[in-house]
Write a protein that binds this ligand. Structure first.
Ligand SMILES: *Cc1c(COP(=O)(O)O)cnc(C)c1O
Length: 429
């Protein structure tokens, strides 16, 4: 055997020579963006209403949703926008929110700051988002809100979710932070629920650096969310309900507004998004095709009635039974030795985090929680234990060769299955 043919983990030559990082995101700014940022510096560095880049970002965002939402309100982060959304949807002490057991924690954590409670429900292994049947099974007498996250860009089963929500009078919050530009049956995500939030944090497909945007069709949600995070000018000018507008000077106590610099960055990212989305689709479809014959992987499945929009990482599932039972951690070690940028997805199941797991709300000691659903054998646990996170390649055709090398490295591991099994069992570890 030549060294090129031996696993890099065991001293062979790596299959991928291009140095890390392989995922370069967010992309660098062009001249137009830098010029606009510089000009803003010398005009207005704090926008109290929704003039200038703040208002322009909000109207661009509504257009991006095909006019499917009436109001857009920017915030200084997705988490802040989620806090405002939960507040506006009526979360408070005695209110339960049902949400997916496996997602980014900030999708649900703000509920605890409002003294509400979270009930976790299993995911659908097809969409990897909240399963409508699990939602139904998780309902409590106090459930008033359901949160769906279009996880890793794949839209949830919205027909199923909305059917349960309608039957039980639940309000629906869509967390679209992974799913800018994703569509369900032709319609943009973020236009199905009572409110939706898109994080614009740097890793997201449309990025401000730090920022978030809340969209809704409901004037009441708009007014209450605005008052929670935007006192003075913005509330005076935008809150529709006269009685609520009486609070414009103070709002409801918090200031969570976005800086104009972040809004400028986000507007440029939004304008560049359609071309980048297309490139990302080409890259990841190509990767999926090349991985189809790697028996120990389940490539990402995209349902025929959805458009993946942003994607958000590429997360195939590992099938250890097709690789002699080698643990995922050893597979990752071997793939990294081959030069791959790969890991386990970062977020653990929410039930493993103390904020969710402990029997009382730590923000308000003495407030008991209902506790969380047992999850042994759940789909959430399966995905948590078996998913691999690969780069979200976005440069087409620039990344084409590298994508080919990734597929080559996966195949190489498959050819050397026996050696890897021995390594996993051996004293070397
Ligand atoms: C990123 C993210 C958030 C939090 O957004 P920030 O802008 O980082 O505060 C919430 N939910 C999901 C699903 C996310 O991916």
């Amino acid at each position: 055997m030549t060294t090129a043919d031996r696993l890099a983990l065991l001293g062979g030559a790596p299959a991928i020579e291009q140095p890390l990082p392989h995922e370069v995101w967010p992309p660098p700014a062009d001249e137009a963006e830098l010029t606009e940022l510089a000009a803003q510096r010398n005009t207005d560095i704090s926008i109290k209403g929704n003039s200038g880049p703040i208002g322009r970002l909000e109207s661009d965002f509504l257009a991006f949703l095909d006019g499917g939402a009436r109001f857009a309100v920017t915030f200084n982060s997705g988490t802040s926008a989620l806090l405002a959304a939960y507040f506006a949807l009526g979360v408070r002490e005695g209110v339960d929110v049902v949400g997916p057991a496996l997602t980014y924690h900030a999708a649900l954590s703000p509920v605890f700051a409002l003294r509400g409670d979270v009930v976790l429900a299993d995911i659908d292994p097809g969409t990897r988002g909240l399963d409508p049947r699990a939602l139904h099974a998780a309902l409590t007498e106090d459930t008033k809100v359901v949160t769906v996250v279009h996880q890793w860009g794949h839209p949830c089963d919205m027909d199923g979710i909305l059917r349960v929500a309608e039957q039980y009078g639940l309000r629906v919050l869509e967390d679209c932070s992974h799913a800018h530009g994703s569509r369900y049956k032709g319609r943009p995500v973020g236009t199905f629920g009572d409110a939706a939030v898109f994080s614009l944090q740097a890793n997201k497909a449309v990025y401000a650096g730090e920022g978030g945007i809340l969209v809704t069709n409901d004037p009441g949600v708009h007014d209450r969310a605005t008052l929670l995070g935007h006192y003075r000018d913005r509330s005076r000018d935008a809150v529709l309900d006269e009685d609520l507008r009486a609070h414009w000077v103070t709002g409801f106590g918090l200031k969570l507004r976005m800086s104009p610099f972040n809004a400028i960055v986000a507007r440029h990212a939004l304008a560049a998004f359609p071309a980048r989305k297309e490139a990302r689709h080409r890259c990841l479809r190509h990767l999926g095709e090349l991985l189809a014959d790697v028996t120990y992987l389940e490539p990402v499945q995209v349902a025929g009635h959805v458009d993946m929009g942003a994607w958000y990482g590429y997360k195939p599932l590992y099938r250890p039974e097709a690789l002699g039972g080698v643990p995922r951690s050893v597979l990752i070690e071997a793939l990294r030795a081959e030069g791959m940028e790969v890991g386990a997805p970062s977020g653990p199941r929410l039930s493993t985090l103390p904020l969710y797991a402990r029997p009382e709300n730590p923000l308000f000691p003495g407030t008991p929680k209902k506790g969380i659903a047992p999850e042994a054998g759940s789909h959430a646990e399966h995905v948590e234990r078996h998913a691999l996170s690969l780069p979200t390649f976005t440069d087409w055709p620039g990344d084409r060769t590298l994508i080919g090398r990734y597929a080559g490295a996966f195949r190489k591991i498959g050819r050397h299955r026996e050696a890897l099994v021995r390594y996993a069992a051996g004293p070397a570890r």
